[in-house]
Design a protein around this ligand. Structure first.
Ligand code: SAM
Length: 272
């Protein structure tokens, strides 16, 4: 091969990254430890929803695993961080949220982001463990999605509503994992082969014991048939608690023989 032809664009099959210029992508992370100092609060990212994730998570995932014009599904829409990032990056987005008032508010926040790429974003109200995503996609004439970003409640750590279908109200960890598995199967129905799913989740404490919720959930996604590609550990931002509350937690940690949560996971899977 001549030196000239080796400079032809060499696109990864699932992103717009030109591998022939791979050294130019210093803004695309490839390490499994994500330490992020500051939340991106620009544009429509107003950070008003307790339990949201930072925009850099869907941003990095879309840079690695989507092309412009692809469709991204977020079955736990919340305040719409993923869909706002879709608009900014020229990806189409579908978000499903159980809580109607949350979905309505998100819809107007998402619409406030300037849509310079002319992409489509769709928000739907429903239970992602039972709402058939195939029908939802059919209703908007979309065949499939090319990336799924799942950011479920971390079981009962934050209670999002009183709705029994809300994963934050699952009675036990097993109930939570069963509901999550249903969302995963539902999502897999519409995800293209060879494309990616990310699960963002943290662990929890229960009765003085560390419950590895993240790893339990990871195993469920693997059991559903997805290939595990990476386990990313991300630092967990400062809680909104006041400093005296944080000192109290530190005291409790010293007393109880445990460590305070300062990380969560971004599990990356590929549909084989
Ligand atoms: C951790 S938050 C997601 C936050 C989102 N990533 C953001 O940045 O705003 C989880 C969301 O899932 C929603 N939820 C809980 N159970 C659900 C279900 N069965 N179907 C759809 N949404 C659900 C909750 O109402 C909550 O808004």
């Amino acid at each position: 091969m001549s030196p000239k032809s080796s400079k032809l664009p060499k696109l990864a099959p699932f992103s717009d990254i030109d591998l022939s210029r791979w050294k130019d992508y210093s803004d695309v992370w490839t390490d499994s430890l994500w330490v992020i100092d500051r939340r991106d609060t620009s544009g429509a990212h107003i950070n008003s929803y307790h339990g949201n994730f930072i925009p850099q998570i869907p941003h990095q995932l879309m840079m690695r695993y989507t092309k412009k014009g692809d469709w991204v599904l977020d079955p736990f829409l919340g305040s719409g961080t993923t869909l706002i990032e879709c608009i900014r990056m020229g990806r189409n987005g579908i978000g499903v949220e159980l809580n109607e008032s949350v979905a309505d508010k998100s819809k107007s926040i998402i619409a406030s982001e300037p849509n310079s790429f002319g992409v489509t974003t769709v928000t739907s109200v429903g239970d992602s463990s039972t709402l058939p995503f195939r029908d939802l996609l059919d209703s908007i004439n979309v065949k499939s999605v090319q990336l799924a970003v799942l950011h479920p409640p971390y079981h009962g750590i934050i209670k999002f509503s009183d709705n029994p279908a809300d994963l934050s109200n699952a009675g036990t960890v097993d109930d939570f994992l069963l509901q999550l598995s249903r969302v995963v199967s539902n999502t897999m129905q519409v995800l293209d082969e060879g494309r990616y799913m990310a699960l963002v989740i943290g662990d929890k404490y229960e009765k003085g014991k560390w419950i590895p919720l993240g790893f339990y959930a990871m195993q469920k996604v693997m059991d559903a048939g997805m290939e595990l590609k990476s386990i990313v550990v991300k630092n967990y931002g400062e809680t909104r608690g006041k400093s005296h509350q944080q000192s109290l937690w530190r005291y409790r940690a010293l007393q109880g023989g445990y460590y305070l949560f300062k990380h969560e996971y971004v599990f990356i899977f590929r549909k084989a």
